[in-house]
Ligand binder design. Structure first.
Ligand code: NOJ
Length: 554
């Protein structure tokens, strides 16, 4: 507005009144000479020549609040334009580099660990962990009483072996009602209290899901043997000879034929485990739906994950042909052990992974809330066929288990050599699909105590190995203090899992109300117990005032 190009000369108005204007003469004449009202003095002899006016202009310095036109004039000068453009392109380049770097860092950094990756899994055998009511058997309230044990060990994931209503022919793996708590362990209210308290303390509860079979006392089985139209095909039935009930050569994992004749129905039913554990028929869509409903039932209650039991047995070939013998020359009547056959028709059948993936998808529905990821681990002993085990891992396209249990280290206590350790570790790491998470098991309810099979020399090193290998370690109650198997008499032979040794009090602190425990406490409990082990490590903790780390005492 006030700067006008006028027949080659410049008229500077406001800018000359601005303090940024340098009065060359120092007498204020410049304002008079080229003011906004040239009429006043323009005709006077003091009017500058055009060239002089331009010279004046070059003497102007940029100043705050200069008008747009002046600004544009300056900004187009090379000495302003070039640095500005350099700065602009530098900013663009830096921003792009920063974005690229951020993407690269995100893409290359390991993902944040989920709860099942950042803590060992601690398996509790509820019968033997803590008895709260003095009936001699461990229970859910007892587990709740002892939750500080996990805080102290910095363990976040607790797997509790089956506590469903069960006749306990197979320590709870024979389920009579998938929606009920066995009275031995307490009530549904006890379970809900335990779960709520665990969540309060930041602990996760993993429970067993047992899809392959039920107890023969399950309502479904009773209705099935009565040929109730809805339940008739809930189990695997076939015609057989009542006196020699062996429709084919299949054998149970626990030995002998996997078929039993049922007098009520007049047919044989399949059981890959005990005869009191009839196999469900997963070719029946109603059975599949029942199992999905059970998954929803427990996830709805808030459980954090499932250990999927005996998954490789879930489906059998519908044709029921004989399986090939390992030793073809062995007389068929001597084929009685699972090691006698190649299990081509009773394990790892086509469709098995579809079932597991379907269950996984149901679990994912409950995993969307932040911090509520539901974890799935599968149990399948594939021995020399590690590739079969690896198939339970999720793929980049389809989710399945977070990991299949790695049982190879279970062999360690019997075979302790550095080379063998290296071989077993390599076996898993080399075969695990890229990007998946490793895990290690050295003790569980199906195996003898480490201390009993490896001897005391190796307990510490085996536990240390477990805790230092990459991936999630799984440990079994009592292994952290080096408990040993008890010797049980024939009448007691239910399970060698003796009560947890908490202290040197009566019954090792397992209960303090009576002198009864469902199995005898191991005689070494006065020196091998949680209290004694705590006393070893409490001192360094209190001195350094460090938070407790995950510690297996051995
Ligand atoms: C595997 C369990 O670990 C075992 O204890 C049980 O007997 C079978 N599955 C049958 O459920």
């Amino acid at each position: 507005m006030s700067l006008k190009k006028h027949s080659g000369s410049l008229e500077l108005g406001e800018c000359t009144r601005n303090p940024g204007y340098r009065d060359v003469d120092g007498d204020g004449s410049a304002a008079e000479t080229i003011g906004d009202h040239p009429g006043e003095k323009r005709d006077s002899t003091s009017v500058k020549l055009d060239s002089e006016a331009a010279e004046e202009y070059t003497q102007l310095r940029p100043y705050a609040g200069m008008p747009k036109e002046v600004l544009l004039l300056y900004s187009s000068q090379a000495r302003y334009r070039v640095p500005r453009e350099i700065l602009f392109w530098l900013t663009v380049a830096c921003t792009l580099a920063l974005v690229a770097l951020t993407i690269a860092v995100i893409a290359l950094s390991p993902r944040c660990l989920s709860w099942w990756q950042s803590s060992p899994v601690y398996q509790i055998y509820p019968r033997s962990f803590k008895d709260s009511d003095g009936d001699g058997v461990g229970d859910l309230k007892g587990i709740q009483e002892q939750l500080d044990h996990f805080q102290y060990l910095n363990i976040k994931s607790v797997w509790i072996s089956p506590f469903y209503r069960s006749p306990m022919k197979d320590f709870g793996y024979d389920v009579e009602d998938f929606r009920a708590i066995d009275p031995l362990f307490g009530t549904m209210q006890d379970f809900e209290d335990l779960l709520a308290e665990m969540h309060n303390k930041g602990l996760k509860l993993i429970m067993d899901f047992i899809p392959n079979h039920t107890s023969d006392r399950h309502r479904w089985f009773n209705l099935s043997r009565l040929r109730d139209p809805h339940y008739e095909d809930y189990y695997v039935w076939t015609d057989c000879n009542a006196t020699t009930p062996r429709p084919n050569n299949w054998v149970s994992v626990f030995g002998n034929s996997s078929w039993t004749y049922d007098e009520v129905r007049g047919q044989c039913y399949l059981h890959q485990f005990l005869k009191e554990q009839p196999d469900l028929n997963f070719r029946n869509p109603h059975v599949r739906q029942e199992m999905i409903d059970i998954i929803h039932f427990w996830l709805g209650k808030g459980v954090d994950g499932f250990r999927m039991d005996a998954v490789k047995h879930i489906l059998e070939a519908a044709h029921l042909r004989d399986e090939p013998q390992v030793d073809p020359n062995k007389p068929p009547e001597l084929v009685t052990s699972e090691w006698d056959l190649h299990h081509d028709y009773t394990t790892s059948q086509l469709g098995l992974h579809d079932l597991l993936r379907e269950w996984r998808a149901e679990m994912d529905i409950y995993s969307r809330e932040p911090g509520r990821y539901r974890f799935m681990v599968t149990e399948s002993y594939d021995y020399h066929e590690v590739d079969k085990t690896m198939m339970y891992y999720s793929t980049p396209l389809v989710k399945e288990s977070d990991f299949p249990f790695n049982f190879y280290l279970l062999d360690l206590p019997q075979n302790t050599s550095g080379l063998w350790v290296q071989h077993l570790v390599h076996l898993w790491m080399a075969n695990m699909p890229k990007g998946q998470w490793a895990n290690w098991v050295v003790g569980n309810h199906d195996k003898p105590r480490i201390a009993s099979s490896s001897g005391h020399t190796y307990i510490r090193v085996i536990n240390m190995l477990l805790l230092t290998l990459p991936g999630t370690p799984t440990t079994y109650y009592g292994e952290e203090i080096g408990m040993e198997n008890i010797n049980v008499t024939d009448s007691q032979i239910q399970d060698p899992r003796s009560p947890m040794q908490w202290s040197d009090d009566m019954n090792a602190g397992f209960n303090n109300k009576t002198n009864i425990t469902w199995l005898p406490v191991h005689p070494d409990y006065r020196t091998v117990n949680v209290e004694v082990e705590n006393s070893f490590i409490l001192l360094p903790h209190s001195v350094s005032s460090q938070p407790p780390q995950t510690v297996l005492y051995l």
